[in-house]
Design a protein around this ligand. Sequence first.
Ligand SMILES: [Fe+2]
Length: 170
Amino acid sequence: MAKVRFHDNNEYITAPEEVSKFLQSQEIIYEHWGVDRLDANLRDNYNLTDEEKQQILDAFRPEIEDISKRRGYLTADIVVLSDQTPNLDELLVKFKAEHHHTDDECRFCVDGHGIFAIKGKDGRYFDVEMEPGDLISVPSYSRHYFTLMDDRKIKAIRLFVTPAGWEAIY
Ligand SMILES: [Fe+2]
């Protein structure tokens, strides 16, 4: 389950119902799809072939279709970041630059962890710490940035309307 951490006082929200309630108040979609359905290779492997990426997408097809219908997403793909990614440190510097998008930014964490740091409605910044099985959608025009956690890896499904809609506006 995702956790929320406030930047100003380092306080956490960890109780699942409280996390859901807080994210809802920020108009952030939060769902937990789980990853039990994936075999170990698809979870652990960070050098996925196109066929294996498709197997992951197929495993979550019902959920992807459902949220895509609700949110108008047209495309889903897989993104992988790990120490095997060339220039990971440079990429992380780029991801840490605050920005927004004209569409919402929807990510499902298949493995590893990720943090979306988001400027809340009251201007207060908080992290959403994602773990495997978590989905969040950062609302359009919401200022945010992304970073990894100590394991320095994430494998995620990206859902989007058009590539233009998730272009970063700094
Ligand atoms: Fe973004």
